[in-house]
Design a protein around this ligand. Structure first.
Ligand SMILES: Nc1nc2c(ncn2[C@@H]2O[C@H](COP(=O)(O)OP(=O)(O)O)[C@@H](O)[C@H]2O)c(=O)[nH]1
Ligand SMILES: [Mg+2]
Length: 257
């Protein structure tokens, strides 16, 4: 396949979204302009607002979970839809998967930087490192620290932004990372599993800006939920690592599904 042909449609964007009606339109519109992207899937994970309608109105393919199943499940649903399209389109090579959060708005275009190393076979998964955010706010950093510590303990990888949801993966890497960790543990689990299996994982600076979570009650609940999911992903993998080290030495397998 020529470079030109690849760039005309070798990437599918998957956007897990929950109650994002105010931002999903701009995010999808920008994602559609990333070179090589010819599919944008929004997985509406039981939103109570107009996320699905808005996403559809700007050209996304929308798939809905009738009830909330968490970010990891939404990513898996999106990847399954892409897989179906790859088959229907008679592709010989599956599309790469570019996961983007729903709240990036026009800065979703920065996803282009994540695609290049994957497209050229230099990385199996790229992870965005975001600049200091334009919007004020931010959490307390304890979830980030928990994720980073867990990744460091189980791999030789030292992530700058371990929770970054902006990632591009080959289909092979995505398959190798199944089953994904639950909910907001998904990014931590993906990094641990792929590094441990010998895939090349690379952090890339990309000029994304997203909604910064504040310190109000709702934000605190969000952080606590993230923390619990991250710790569950790490605990599962720690157990699997000690089990396999004692027996076959095979790569970690997540026994929680
Ligand atoms: N599938 C799914 N996605 C969610 C859920 N909650 C948030 N998201 C999405 O996950 C992404 C990151 O969420 P966000 O609130 O921005 O988290 P933060 O960036 O870590 O503060 C966004 O695309 C959200 O729409 C959920 O319950 N299920
Ligand atoms: Mg965000």
């Amino acid at each position: 396949m020529t470079k030109h042909a690849r760039q005309n449609g070798d990437v599918a964007v998957v956007i897990p979204a929950k109650d994002e009606q105010d931002r999903i339109g701009a995010t999808v519109a920008a994602a559609r302009t990333i070179p090589g992207v010819n599919v944008v899937i929004v997985v509406d994970d039981g939103s109570r607002d107009d996320t699905a309608r808005v996403a559809r109105s700007v050209g996304a393919t929308v798939v809905r979970h009738s009830h909330n199943r968490g970010k990891g499940a939404a990513m898996r649903t999106g990847a399954a839809v892409v897989s179906g399209l790859d088959t229907t389109d008679g592709r010989t090579e599956p599309r790469h998967l570019l996961f983007l959060d729903a709240d990036l708005e026009e800065t979703a275009l920065a996803g282009e930087a994540l695609v290049e190393p994957v497209r050229h076979g230099k990385a199996d998964m790229t992870i965005a490192v975001l600049p200091p955010q334009k919007r004020p706010g931010g959490g307390f950093g304890f979830v980030v620290r928990a994720s980073r510590d867990g990744i460091r303990k189980l791999t030789d990888f030292d992530p700058t932004q371990p929770l970054s949801g902006q990632r591009c993966l080959t289909r092979a890497a995505f398959q190798a990372a199944q089953p994904l960790a639950y909910g907001f543990g998904v990014e931590t689990g993906l990094t641990i599993d792929l590094v441990r299996k010998g895939f090349v994982v690379e952090e890339i600076e990309a000029d994304f800006h997203h909604r910064v979570t504040g310190r109000d009650l709702r934000s605190q609940v969000h952080r606590l939920r993230q923390y619990a999911h991250v710790q569950a992903a790490i605990a599962t993998r720690r157990l699997a690592a000690s089990g396999t080290a004692a027996t076959t030495g095979a790569a970690a397998h997540d026994p929680d599904r």
